[in-house]
Design a protein around this ligand. Sequence first.
Ligand code: SF4
Ligand code: F3S
Ligand code: FES
Length: 247
Amino acid sequence: MSEIVKGRILKINILRFDPNEPKILPHMETFEIEEAYGMTLYIVLNMIREHHDNSLMFDFVCRAGICGSCSMLVNGRPTLACRTLTSKLDENISLAPLPLFKLIKDLSIYTGEWMRYLNEHLETWIHDQEQELNVDKLEERMDPDLADEIYELDRCVECGCCVAGCGTIQMRPNFKGAVGLNKVARYHLDPRDKRTDEEYYELVGDDDGVFGCMTLLGCEDVCPKDLPLQSKIAYLRRMMIKTAIKN
Ligand code: SF4
Ligand code: F3S
Ligand code: FES
């Protein structure tokens, strides 16, 4: 449904739970909000907190799809609430926290712990292998097409939607997910990163890395930044197979 229906009353069903108060079991609460033109779920949730229940917890920072903090399940699908127009949805809307991440309360989750582990484990920074930092060194030129390709992958906002949308992670909790594999592909493309293929193989050449991906495609379906996750995972897989054959 794409056209706004004037005066629609939206029924927002929200999964409420506070892990600090486990005696109150998880339950759904419904709030009615009158729809307005151009309304997003960000606006809806703020209206609920302002006019109905100021204890409702959810996360937002940028309201523009940049910070990645407002990811949640909207009608069961992982997405960014600030980029979701109510006009695209039915009147009955269900909201729940993204699974797999640590729940803080209601719709608020802690993706930072997971992403930090991932970034530290995969060492997602340029390894130029220079011993000392030289601040006077001029930046090296990069082919503009390659720079664009790297920039495309750098648009990941670490929202966690691809993690929540991937069945493999349910079975393999240490699976690096599309977000991790995309980061590795990004650094492998970067000519300033001097890690060898063998070093990359050590990072993701196993079942918790690229060989654990079962090509379920949920990651690319739900990525709100439309990253080419599938082709980058395929690229990494080819690179890993070549490295394994070589050695
Ligand atoms: Fe979010 Fe897409 Fe990055 Fe996954 S790859 S964390 S879905 S922006
Ligand atoms: Fe998961 Fe995406 Fe692979 S959904 S199994 S990481 S293709
Ligand atoms: Fe930043 Fe939604 S509030 S992505």
